[in-house]
Design a protein around this ligand. Sequence first.
Ligand code: NAD
Length: 522
Amino acid sequence: MESAFKELGEKASVLDFDPKSAVVGGGVEDIYGEDTATEDQLVTPWTYSVASGYSLLRDPQYNKGLAFTEKERDAHYLRGLLPPATCSQQLQEKKLMNTIRQYQVPLQKYMALTELQERNERLFYKLLIDNVEELLPIVYTPTVGEACQKFGSIFRRPQGLYISLKEKGKVLEVLKNWPERTVQVIVVTDGERILGLGDLGCQGMGIPVGKLALYTALGGVRPSACLPITIDVGTNNKQLLEDEFYIGLRQKRTTGKEYADLLDEFMSAVKQNYGEKVVIQFEDFANHNAFQLLEKYRRTHLVFNDDIQGTAAVVLAGVVAALRLVGGSLSEHKFLFLGAGEAGTGIAELIALEISQKTKTPVEETRKKIWLVDSKGLIVSSRKDSLQQFKKPWAHEHEPIDNLLDAVKAIKPTVLIGSSGVGRTFTKEVIEAVSSFNEKPLILALSNPTSQSECTAEEAYTWSKGRTIFASGSPFDPVEYNGKVYVPGQSNNAYIFPGFGLGLVISGAIRVHNDMLLAACK
Ligand SMILES: NC(=O)c1ccc[n+]([C@@H]2O[C@H](COP(=O)([O-])OP(=O)(O)OC[C@H]3O[C@@H](n4cnc5c(N)ncnc54)[C@H](O)[C@@H]3O)[C@@H](O)[C@H]2O)c1
């Protein structure tokens, strides 16, 4: 098969590699602890082997299947390796969409798309771009959640990079095993809080893979510049630990110093290998790590936590857009959240910042318009000592309330936001209560996947007698109520992270700031 490869050496840069844009980083800390951009340095060009013939048909990056033209078949030693017919990409797309639409089970559609990605990457992205509304729920929430749950059983070819405790001390070497040298966006998870499904350990890989597919389909970032990574530090999911098909480390999650050291090694290795300007998107980390990691690395790396910051930007954008229907300015509204984790407190803070900027009021004041309920009830000042750090700014003066319904009645919010990851928590009583003092209540049921949504679109419209302005994290179909069709919105960070990440890449940013998020949501 050797003859089937053409050693192109430096010429390969024309195809896939631009040495001028490649940098190696390091970063020097300045006296304020903020490090500054590293001077771009040229790196030695790699020698690339570009497949032809039989190997080309098995190289997903370049394979076109029957869409190879007669001329290409001659040029790339493909004669006889394909049936005589040629078929345009449009026709291939039509055929595949027909096949995918025939599958009744969403997971089968997911698997068909994964196989396509592994076979013919260009066609996969063409399909995704042209049919984004139809395929988004497959490669992303809700189906990707099920795919992660069953990842071990449906696992065929590895996608992305796995860094486990076994690789401690060798993370840089692992990164060097990845075939692409020019990486612009990394999405990384440790699998501890996959959607609202909890700890899925190593099987969380479906999330970075799905998110990065959207970076390409919606953001236009080249697939080869996207790197999905799962950091496997074990799992506390007993079912997975006992599952013979589980693909991850079979041990309880490591915490404390060992966890922090591995993350540290990873973050430095990324910078060393890909430079300063690679976006590192943290995804589906549990909140006890997510806030700390963001705080720790936001001054030294181009990091972005989609659950905290992406969700915040997209929800603020949604709320501002909804004001055209519900009336009033942002500062005239009162917000109540169910769920005070990454999504909830992230959104709350960005809303408070926007009001602060608009009204020239200190953010400590504007936060008072926003209330949060967690698993122990309304967050109030008497609970302050026992609250996690990220909840403390939301502990306002109020008597304790231990459930959502009473909190709704007491606070009388105009906007009700669900971000607890617990399904069916916006009950009939809750929605009726919020509808009793609002002409048009704004209700956002953000928890994913569909099974964890705080309520369905149908429940929201029916229980509010068609008055709610509603959006959800996972998509719902339009609902007919009293002879009128209501089309629910989808409030999901998928609307923002691909564009936000692209913005970071093309602007050459080296840090993420809140102003960028506010600009993105506008
Ligand atoms: N739509 C989107 O774009 C989007 C973005 C991010 C997260 N989410 C979804 O939001 C949910 C939460 O994500 P997160 O990252 O904030 O998780 P998290 O674990 O950081 O936060 C969950 C919060 O909910 C609280 N909680 C748990 N059970 C509760 C209960 N029974 N009653 C009240 N509060 C309860 C917890 O105390 C915690 O404050 C997940 O389902 C996730 O998929 C959606």
